[in-house]
Design a binder for this molecule. Structure first.
Ligand SMILES: NC(=O)C1=CN([C@@H]2O[C@H](COP(=O)(O)OP(=O)(O)OC[C@H]3O[C@@H](n4cnc5c(N)ncnc54)[C@H](O)[C@@H]3O)[C@@H](O)[C@H]2O)C=CC1
Ligand SMILES: CC(C)(CO)C(=O)C(=O)O
Length: 311
């Protein structure tokens, strides 16, 4: 990332998160967004329409691309916002562009950075605790925000996260450096493990997690996840599962009570979900460590069934 004055950023897999990010970054960078043809056509025709807490209006200046041949040679940094189920495929498709460049992941779940590290030396781990959705081709909604974006060095050039943070911050997005982003990814995953599958299965917004019938399931999911994270040596910011649950029910669930998480849209649209990077991942690790994870195994099984039998 040499030219901070006018950096060139490529966003890979631009949907709800990636197009919203593109819309903000375009004020401080030249932004190329690798997206599907329907988004590309709408954005070329009339720009990106944004609504919500990141601003309302039509944003020009984003260049949509639908293949690596359309990406210019001078990319300073790559940010991946594809679903974790698509990480390898999109890295393969854009391998020539990614190689040798810093690449950040804002994806949920555990395991994306390891895949990205097969394609480039400098990987930046990231989390975003904001709710994004697609309202139509080239049209996104940003509905609520509970914490700043976190970015931290995963591998390679240790200065790369700082340079990306500068760009993101200058675009007006709240962002913080994270010097233990491996634990940071688990910290963010706690929220997704607690609410994403339940909301997807129940067709309900995040507030459903506080329902008296559901709360006990959330408690089970999180206590098991804590035991597994502990066995993995992950340092979470709350000392115990119950300390995190207090934060979840007093801050995160109220912040997102009225909105639907990303997995809800996947199941509703008949797409594969990220369950195997979240609850399914916890269940797999639990097995390896001899830690029972009945809640996570059960919820992962239900989501896999729902994926295979679209409503
Ligand atoms: N939606 C949300 O509120 C949040 C989502 N996240 C995470 O961010 C990541 C992205 O989530 P969303 O933006 O909601 O998903 P999304 O499904 O809206 O966007 C991903 C986009 O990537 C596109 N894509 C995949 N492969 C492609 C390829 N080869 N070429 C071009 N486009 C390709 C898909 O068609 C899709 O439009 C996920 O890991 C999600 O868990 C994180 C925080 C909040
Ligand atoms: C924070 C939250 C719940 C925001 O929607 C999210 O990460 C997701 O939807 O996957």
């Amino acid at each position: 990332m040499k030219s901070l004055q006018h950096p060139v950023i490529l966003i890979l897999g631009a949907g709800a998160v990636g197009l919203s990010l593109a819309g903000k970054l375009t004020t401080v960078a030249r932004v190329y967004a690798a997206c599907r043809a329907a988004h590309a056509a709408a954005i070329r025709e009339r720009g990106l329409i944004m609504e919500g807490v990141w601003g309302d209006g039509t944003v020009g200046g984003i260049t949509p691309v639908t293949g690596p041949d359309e990406v210019p040679p001078a990319v300073d940094a790559v940010v991946i916002t594809a679903k974790g189920t698509d990480t390898r495929a999109i890295c393969e498709e854009y391998a020539g562009v990614i190689r040798g460049r810093p690449m950040a992941s804002l994806q949920n779940g555990i395991g994306n950075e390891e895949i990205i590290a097969e394609y480039t030396d400098t990987v930046i781990g990231g989390t975003v605790t904001t709710n994004f959705s697609v309202a139509g081709p080239g049209r996104v909604r940003v509905q609520s925000e509970s914490a700043p974006m976190h970015l931290g060095a995963w591998s390679g050039d240790g200065g790369a996260p700082g340079r990306l943070i500068e760009i993101v911050r200058s675009a007006g997005i709240p962002v913080e450096a994270d010097d233990d982003i491996r634990s940071g990814k688990w910290t963010k995953a706690l929220l997704n493990i607690a609410v994403n599958p339940l909301c997807a299965l129940l067709l309900a917004p995040v507030g459903v997690a506080a329902d008296e019938n559901i709360r006990e399931i959330v408690v089970g999911l999180i206590r098991e996840t804590y035991a597994v994270a502990d066995a993995e040596g992950v340092r979470l910011p709350w000392a115990t599962a119950d300390d995190y649950l207090a934060h979840l029910f007093s801050v995160q669930v109220p912040d997102f009570a009225a909105v639907y998480p990303s997995m809800y849209y996947d199941l509703r649209r008949g797409r594969r979900t990220e369950i195997d990077l979240l609850n399914g991942y916890v269940a797999r690790l639990g097995k390896r460590h001899g830690i029972p994870t009945p809640h996570n195994r059960c919820i992962a099984g239900l989501v896999r069934y729902a994926e295979a039998h679209p409503r």
